[in-house]
Design a protein around this ligand. Structure first.
Ligand SMILES: NC(=O)c1ccc[n+]([C@@H]2O[C@H](COP(=O)([O-])OP(=O)(O)OC[C@H]3O[C@@H](n4cnc5c(N)ncnc54)[C@H](O)[C@@H]3O)[C@@H](O)[C@H]2O)c1
Length: 326
């Protein structure tokens, strides 16, 4: 039986990994304090898409992983999915940079623990926020390729303390391999979305607003609404990780992206169309919007045999169907 550790396992991404491995019969150790202002959900109330307490192979520790690392020295984990992070939506990243900087300590303590516990493989969740913001401006942007972060040459300024922490985690992953032989792969998800994502993220909030204003002439979105993101369905992200994790050992990074830019205005229009109306979409320029255009090149993912499966319109439809039933 495989033994899996998922830090931040009660969060949006973590719940999906828990489900995959619980269904396979693996022993899943999920460590998560269900931190305020994150997407974490207490398993005791059941999770939106399944109840982990239905599985005997689910072991939950409601605690900060840094404390858990001090108390557990298990040296027989087959895989660790290191997802624990103070993330929140854009407002959290912009307005609470020092709270988000906790990620520096979470990641440092992860690698210090790993040096002793020696898990067979770590999947480390970095982020597209690690990429240089200078390549994501309205006056000049391009699809981001993995080699645009070159630790031996040029790394560029990442997005706030969040991106900085992710960059540092990737650097530690490389050092952990070079100095201690610890095997890992670093993933840079772009805008992962799904039905059960926390409402502080644009995906559920735009879908729910499109539903709530059905039939009206206008619909509003954050920022100017022209800012563009690369939306990828969260199950596709999980597939991308599981298809590539055994092929990367040295902490090398892989995007999880579709290579398609969608502006918030386009997104809102699709959501409204799926609700059956065609409003004028207007940007509220006083809300945080982040970088102008963030999209991830897909060539390296294809080399690893991974391509996204769910189109953005289909993903929106899935979410609207679920929201209509609750
Ligand atoms: N969702 C995306 O599209 C996306 C994009 C880029 C990167 N990521 C990364 O993927 C990971 C998961 O993100 P998510 O979307 O599931 O966010 P989330 O907020 O839903 O989940 C993060 C989880 O980490 C937990 N956590 C916070 N501090 C912790 C600590 N000290 N110890 C243990 N757990 C702790 C939170 O309680 C929460 O359950 C994060 O590392 C995030 O940076 C996600």
């Amino acid at each position: 039986m495989q033994k899996i550790l998922i830090t931040g396992g009660a969060g949006f991404v973590g719940r999906r990994f828990c489900k995959r491995f619980l269904d396979q019969g693996a022993e899943v150790h999920c460590v998560d304090p269900v931190a305020e202002f994150t997407g974490g959900i207490d398993p005791d109330g059941g999770w939106p898409l399944f109840n982990p307490r239905d599985y005997d192979n689910f072991k939950f520790y409601q605690q900060d992983c840094r404390q858990w690392f001090k108390e557990h020295g298990d040296d027989d984990f087959d895989y660790v999915f290191h997802l624990a992070a103070m993330v929140g939506g854009r407002a959290m990243i912009e307005n609470h940079p020092l709270a988000v900087a906790d990620d520096l300590s979470i990641d440092a303590e992860y690698w210090q623990w790993a040096e002793k516990a020696k898990p067979s493989k770590t999947a480390c969740f970095s982020s597209s926020a690690a990429y240089p913001i200078g390549r994501q401006r309205a006056e000049g942007y391009e699809l981001l390729t993995e080699d645009m972060i070159a630790f031996d040459d040029d790394i560029g300024m990442p997005d706030m303390s969040y991106g900085w922490a992710k960059l540092t985690c990737e650097y530690l992953a490389r050092l952990a391999y070079e100095k201690h032989g610890l095997k890992s792969a670093c993933y840079r998800p772009f805008s992962g979305y799904g039905e059960d994502q926390d409402d502080s993220y644009p995906f559920p909030s735009i879908c729910k607003r499109a539903m709530a204003h059905k039939g009206e002439d206008t619909l509003t979105v954050w920022g100017t609404g022209d800012q563009m993101r690369d939306f990828i369905y969260i199950e596709d992200c999980v597939d991308g990780v599981l298809q590539s994790i055994d092929k990367i050992d040295d902490g090398d990074a892989l995007n999880l992206s579709t290579g398609i830019y969608t502006s918030f205005k386009q997104f809102a229009r699709i959501a409204a169309e799926e609700c059956g109306y065609e409003p004028e979409v207007i940007g509220l320029s006083d809300k945080p919007a982040g970088v102008f255009a963030r999209g991830g090149d897909t060539a390296k993912q294809k080399e690893f045999g991974f391509e996204y499966n769910v189109s953005f319109r289909d993903g929106i439809r899935k979410a609207l169907n679920l929201y209509q039933t609750v």
